[in-house]
Design a protein around this ligand. Sequence first.
Ligand code: PHB
Length: 393
Amino acid sequence: MIPKRFATRAAALAMAGAAALTSVAALAADPIKIGLVVPMSGPFSYMGRQINAGVSLYMAEHGDTVDGRKVEIVLKDDAGVPANTRRIAEELVVNDKVTVLAGFGLSPQAFATAPVATQAKTPMVVMQAATSSVTEKSPFIVRTSMTLPQVTVGLAEWASKNNVKKVVSMVSDYAPGVDAETAFNTRFTADGGQILAALRMPPNATDFSPYLQRAADAKPDAVFVFVPAGDSAAIFMKQFAERGMDKANIKLLGTGDVVDDDALGQMSDSAIGTISSHHYSAAHPSEMNKKFVAAIEKANKGMRPSFMAVGGYDGMHVIMEGLKATHGAGGEALVDAMKGQQFESPRGPVLIDPKTRDIVQNVYIRKVEKVDGKLYNVEFETKKDVKDPGKTP
Ligand code: PHB
């Protein structure tokens, strides 16, 4: 709860933010707190599980102190409800005096919380939510996940070069889905392709059959899909196969969300052959990634890391390196210390764009294949150093 003596929430946040900035020296012995707000319960709990696994691994590997001060993660469950996310973020700033807000599974949660970061002047590290415009909602937002346009445009290019001429796009009807639809359809038609239908589906749909029927009736060469990773993605994959669309020679193309590593391990062989584009695969063949996958599996009862764990891991990298540079100070100084950071991630080389505070990274085109008896997204083409096209003209 926000204490009653503050007339408005905004005043409380501004006061808390200012206090956090001026008290760095005086409180040098106190821990530096990072509020990690993610869904740990409800239908999106897999997001919190993955992000938290990445955050915890980074801390375990790299130590939890900066200039001798302990860095403490304050983990909070918002159950995937945006109003919760915002209220929890306010409480973390005012009551817990966190130096950084982090996490944010779904775009609506990040949108709801952006004003808190601005009013409190508290850096907000978005480790997952992926609508392009998220970073434009506050100058205190830095993102370590991806944007939908960033991971989509390369797939549209691949499709036109690989004899795909007619597509039906199918997206979840909320901000990241609209981003994916716009990015795919704009690029694909610019390259001469045809969009037969652009279908938008309810965000938490559990039955895609009417949409799949409409797609099949249009007789496209391929379907392009974005659904948020998790339960609905697994259902989509199952129903696509059940309708025999693969056998009707309709290719399945998607952003990596529909075949994310967390769910792919449990999918049936009908997923084999799905072409997707994304910034991370558990099968990324680097030494760093092999160690990362093994360490996440070891610490989390065999859980295979998905792109969400990497978003958390790299988010902690950006925060810890930033805090080292500012000697524990937060606010604008910390955002400045995050801008321009460049490092190797389990996904490959990354950069925090100093202009947009968004991540620049490789995007890989992958195909679902069986490797040692298990399904993986095997990367076969790399688009290097891709900026978010949602912001780059
Ligand atoms: C989002 O809400 O921004 C989001 C959620 C799940 C995804 C990707 C994006 O897989």
